[in-house]
Design a binder for this molecule. Structure first.
Ligand code: FAD
Length: 622
């Protein structure tokens, strides 16, 4: 597909071809909306601005959820992945974090191929400058910097770090959205005109190194998993060769050089106002906040199979290039290292996500959706997941259907969007498993069971995925039914060496599978008919059986939440005229306009009495 720069009409326009934008555009088009992806350059679609890796703890869950809803990130990561590792392997499956380091070129090519293959999606290259807003700020189109106009029913803005982006390398500042790319000025002004609250955040990236100048032989290695676990439910096996990374550490000399030059760092020289990501601090931050310790670990990650560029993970910085050169050379293995591109910090505007409803639509402008880093998040996965939801809802809005939401009990995507729109951000938001209260059921292994049925209902899932999901569901259901049908008395169990109370109750193979030390092999030895169950189904049923007992209580909590979530508060509902509410709560409710009772419940200061008033005013459920 070559860009179609003459396209001037669509149901949905997505601005920005980053991780959020491509998922938004593909999701909208999958549901049947005529969609335009408007981005600066198609060549940068699928680019990773920072680390060449997808997934991790919490983030890996999001990738599986994106995949379960028909998104493209999981398959692209499987095509680009060159070092798969399942993080947290020693802990329970609920917190396992699939991650892969990616070959940048392969990943980008896979994303671009998916975008090209998507029916109903056209690409326009250009710079979005302004939005066309009709009566009541309803979105009607987009104006490009060169004067072109595109008329549409809904817009998704996914401009990442480009809103008034400012790059810092030491005392040097360059207006830019990413290195070598111009910032977006017009859209920030549009948002201000709409009265949206904007904030200022920052992030940074390390220097890129020439791998040929690294002394690999002297370094410790990090090995990939022996059996790579793919992200996508559609991937059977990973075909790329898997590589090692190098591991090194900062030294007292590194720390001395950084301390001596802190006044030249944009972060510490007072040049940057924005707040940075707590969990991805710069090396200056680590040295100032966490001291010298015995050094900070650095992973040397090759950026591709046939690319000598190396990403030194853990060394993001805004120090001047000469200082970067000096401190890098003080690390073991890097004495002769050559910098290909210096690291930098970037400051940018973001929109306060409390301006959005949980469908990611701007409350003040119907048909305008925001997704990705523009909402104050950090990370490719967080951006992509929001993009998918925003693209789906933009398509629904354009077709006259009501936007939809994903609940906290349904997925990490629901948790993230709820957190963002309810409490806003004071620092770049990153996904963690600890943010989810329903961790036991929101696992990376069961994202398809949780979300693919919803994806099917919303028109996000194609025939191939429908077939794969259907077949897997049948296998899981049949295996469980078989396990539950095979029972033994306590005496028989004891004869087979299975630990059990002699209470006279028969127990099923399913209950034995729930015990951590009884695996499939022992059960197959007792019931040979179980031998026909395939390896993948065995693995999945073992996890489900293991969690089943704990899930009972969680299911009750979930049911309560769902009831609350299900109680919708109509858009025009007047909190202003509701008698008996305190002024404080009336103001908060009017400002936040919760869409459901559950959302109202989570407003700070909310009382059971006030909730009861709203419930009475809503009347009986129909
Ligand atoms: P992006 O991927 O930035 O994509 C934005 C897209 O919008 C681009 O294609 C751009 O060309 C296009 N665009 C912008 N304005 C316009 C316009 N007016 N008209 C048309 N197109 C436009 N994340 C981490 O998890 N860890 C990190 O360590 C980390 N470090 C980072 C360091 C740097 C320097 C940067 C820039 C980002 C870093 N990130 C990091 C964040 C990560 O890259 C982003 O969270 C993620 O890429 C956001 O995706 P997005 O789709 O929101 O935006």
């Amino acid at each position: 597909m070559t860009p179609d720069n003459s396209a001037s009409r669509a149901d949905v326009v997505v601005i920005g071809g980053g991780h959020a934008g491509v998922e938004a555009a593909c999701a909208a088009a999958r549901t049947g909306a005529r969609t335009i992806l408007l981005t600066h350059r198609f060549a940068t679609v699928g680019a990773m601005s920072c680390n060449p890796a997808i997934g991790g703890i919490g983030k890996g869950h999001l990738v599986r959820e994106i995949d379960a809803l028909g998104g493209i990130m999981g398959e692209a990561a499987d095509r680009g992945g060159i070092q798969f590792r399942l993080l947290n392997r020693s802990k329970g499956p609920a917190v396992h974090g699939p991650r892969t380091q990616a070959d940048r070129k392969l990943y980008r090519a896979a994303v671009q191929a998916a975008v090209r293959a998507q029916a109903g999606l056209a690409i326009v290259e250009g710079d979005a400058f302004d939005l066309v807003l009709g009566a009541d700020h309803r979105v009607e189109g987009v104006v490009l910097a060169d004067g072109r106009r595109i008329v549409c029913g809904a817009v998704v803005v996914t401009t990442g770090t480009f809103l008034r982006g400012l790059i810092h390398i030491g005392s040097e500042t360059i207006p830019a959205g990413r290195v070598d790319e111009a910032p977006s000025i017009g859209l920030s002004q549009t948002f201000e005109r709409l009265g949206l609250r904007l904030g200022r955040l920052k992030t940074g990236t390390p220097a890129r190194l020439d791998g040929a100048t690294i002394d690999w032989a002297s370094l410790e290695r990090q090995r990939p998993d022996d059996e790579p676990v793919p992200f996508s439910y559609l991937t059977d096996a990973i075909s790329n060769p898997q590589i090692d990374c190098g591991i090194t550490r900062t030294t007292p000399e590194t720390h001395r050089i950084i301390r001596d030059n802190l006044h030249r760092s944009a972060l510490y020289g007072g040049m940057i106002e924005g707040v940075g990501p707590r969990y991805c601090p710069s090396i200056e931050d680590k040295i100032v906040k966490f001291g010298d310790r015995d050094g900070h670990q650095v992973f040397l990650e090759p950026e591709g199979l046939d690319d000598a560029t190396v990403y030194p993970n853990g060394l993001s910085t805004s120090l001047p290039a000469d200082v970067q050169n000096a401190f890098l050379r003080s690390l073991p293995g890097l004495a002769k290292v050559r910098i290909l591109q210096p690291g930098y910090a970037i400051e940018y505007d973001h929109v306060d996500p409390r301006e959005l409803s949980r469908s990611l639509e701007v409350r003040a402008a119907q048909g305008l959706f925001l997704a990705g880093q523009i909402n104050g998040t950090t990370g490719y996965e967080e951006a992509a997941a929001q993009g998918l939801l925003a693209g789906l809802n933009a398509a629904r809005r354009a077709s006259g259907a009501e936007p939809t939401v994903i609940g906290r009990a349904d997925g990490y995507l629901g948790v993230m969007v709820d957190d963002l729109t309810r409490t806003g951000v004071t620092e770049p938001y990153r996904m963690f498993t600890s943010r989810a209260e329903f961790r036991l059921s929101l696992r990376a292994d069961n994202a398809d069971r949780r979300l693919t049925p919803m994806g099917l209902e919303w028109g996000l899932v194609d025939a191939r995925r429908r077939a794969v999901f259907g077949a897997s569901e049948s296998r899981l259901r049949e295996a469980r039914a078989l396990l539950e049908s095979l029972t033994v008395t306590p005496a028989e169990a004891a004869r087979h060496g299975l630990p059990v109370n002699q209470d006279g109750r028969r127990r099923s193979a399913w209950l034995f599978l729930a015990q951590p030390d009884i695996g499939w092999d022992r059960l197959v030895a007792i019931w040979p008919e179980l031998g026909a169950v395939d390896a993948k189904t065995r693995e999945r049923t073992a996890i489900e059986a293991g969690y089943d007992v704990y899930l009972e209580r969680q299911r009750r909590d979930e049911a309560r939440l769902r009831q609350g979530e299900a109680r919708r508060i109509p858009e025009g509902f007047s909190f202003e005229t509701l008698k008996g509410l305190s002024n404080e709560l009336r103001q908060k409710l009017e400002a936040r306009r919760p869409a459901t009772l559950a959302e109202a419940e989570r407003i700070d200061g909310m009382t059971p009495a006030a909730l009861a008033l709203i419930l009475v005013a809503l009347g009986r459920p129909t």
